[in-house]
Design a protein around this ligand. Sequence first.
Ligand SMILES: [Cu+2]
Length: 244
Amino acid sequence: MKKDLVAVAILWAVLTLVAEAMVLGWHVLPINASEEGQVVDDAYTLLTIMAAPVFGFVIATLAYSVFRFRRRGVPDGDGPPMMGSKRVVLAWVAVTSALTVLVIIHPGITGMLELGQHAQAASDLVVQTEGSRWAWKSAYIQHGVTSYGEIVLPVDRRVRFEVTSTDVVHSFWVPAFRMKVDAVPGLTTTVYITPNRTGSLADDNGFRLQCAELCGFGHYVMGVPVRVVEQGEFEAWIAQQGGR
Ligand SMILES: [Cu+2]
């Protein structure tokens, strides 16, 4: 029995090391272009780092047991009954509960608070975005500009998106900014985004406002390109659109 425990422990350690190396070495996340998105990415990375040893433990125990305790030459029928160990069960419940409470606090509550601080700070730009089957309309109310074809944003400025819908529930989602909010008829929802790098749909597929709530036949075409530019270029675009 002791030999089995040692073998499982070694297998667990190896699997955990491999999994952690994959988590830290592979950049699986798509491009991030906002401060708020960094909070989301950090949470994802931390959760994956924490999940690796748990996953490694389950796989090590399962795989070892399947091979080591498989039935050998026994006639058909059930094997001998096995009783669980109270200590193992208690330890498992205690450890996994502690991990759960930990992630609720951090990055759960701490991340929400951090994003909440963004919501309280003053925003530099207000964009009223309205979804309707199957297009997005964005009004730059401070500048007197309405845009259907694309959304242009200045880099390093806090943007408050006031989102609504004219017909059914849509969802405001720019993959490169990570943040997502429902667009609900008769309601205005808000989402704060601070783009922190310039880019456009030509650079990365994440630079687009995409409806993320199945809203009918044209749902898949309900997207507009998003372009993050320097402040000067933004002002030029506003002027070009006839704004002030
Ligand atoms: Cu949709």
